[in-house]
Design a protein around this ligand. Sequence first.
Ligand code: BES
Ligand code: MN
Ligand code: ZN
Length: 489
Amino acid sequence: MSLHATEHPAHQNQADQVVIGLFKDQKTNQHTESFSDELKKQIADRFNNKDFTGRSGQQVTLYNQNGQQVVLIGLGDNDDCSATALYDTTHKVVSAAAGSRCQSVALYLNDNDFNNIDTEQATKLVTLAASHAAYRYEDTKSFKDDNKHTLDRIEVATNENNSEAFRLAAGMAKGINATRHLGNYPPNLCTPKYMAKFATDIAHNDDNCDIDILDKKQMKKMGMGALLAVAQGSHNKPRLIVLSYNGADKDDDPIALVGKGITFDTGGISLKPGANMDEMKYDMCGAASVIGAFVAAVELKLPINLKVFVPAVENMPDGKAYRPGDVITSYSGQTIEVLNTDAEGRMILCDTLTYAQEFNPEVVVDMATLTGACVVALGHNAAAVMTKTDGLYEEFKTAGEQTHDRVWELPLWDEYQKQLDTSFADMKNIGGAPAGTITAGCFLSRFTKGQKWAHIDIAGVAWKDKKEGATGRPVAMLTQYLINKGIAK
Ligand code: BES
Ligand code: MN
Ligand code: ZN
């Protein structure tokens, strides 16, 4: 499926389906005014019969003389039309189109005069929602032809005020699709080796990109004991993948993104319960997100230097697996008592964060499906941001609002640190039941001292359920953050 900007007025558009958004009781707009008299009469009749009133999400399909479908979609009262409402309405109408036989859809939704959404944001939301709704996972399906979906082209109405917003959103969408693929791809195939190959292909496709992959032997020599402890129970050998993109002056310090890449999390010796364990294939969604943001940054040729670090590791129970009680020496030299092998994300991240610092990053951001507690705290609507760097949370909050991919802050107060105290090492790897998301953040903070750093727990947003699968969040927010960094320079 491909995304395109269209500057054609609706009545000249050749798509199989033309979608027009109308507010409640808005009987005409700039698009419907140019329609044929016959079509205008159909629209007027619908309003007169109260078949269609413009209520939010209401949808009717009309046909013009050529048999082209013209879909009216209700946007509700303009004052009530929030970013969420516009996103959801777009998603609904494109899902319906994707479930039909039509091949191309043109959306005239974002070019309305919204009271609460500016034209750039509206264009981003419509583009992202449309792309999201049109995505299909097909990588491990052997389709019969008749259930293969046909929608392969989406057009978004643009003009001089929003064509740049469209370009940015289309770049994000490309990254999001990469992230969703990686997230959904099954754990027997999406191994550390596969992730390394996927990243290598990205880097080899662009002259401004580079890749470095550390293998087990190199990591052992360097002393990455925490990452290797998790890896030692699996026959799939770990990788530490480092993707670089050079879009600014060579001497500019890079932005570093670190993503948890547990390709499958059984819990290890502290084995997880069986129900829904399959969903732990999504435990590499932090990695998938930073790779997706990398794809978007390269696609958009952002004027920044970017480094993406992905520890790709599988957490398995085994005769060689690490165990509760083990004391591990991390790459930083700090020792960690393992009290639960299921708190493995922080083990692979801490060594990666220490390594990332060697590249003098301007700022380090890690993201991870780190704690079940985060899903309890914020549900599926917001990722949790933890940081002690002034202003950094606000940057993510703004970027999240610009893309409808929102975050919320949790505190990293020093008071929580003592939950990590133990008699047998510098720290333990779990902090007990209270504030489980925050104590995970506290653990990571011990490996980012003196750095501008934020941790983002994406456990609630990276996937919702088995049907919808990976969401691609928070790639839109993260890419917007990188865009804003590029503008600020
Ligand atoms: N990957 C999980 C976190 C997770 C669980 C995310 C369920 C989304 C849904 C992580 O590795 C984990 O197992 N965390 C433990 C930490 C605990 C042992 C301190 C958790 O959340 O239970
Ligand atoms: Mn775990
Ligand atoms: Zn995990």
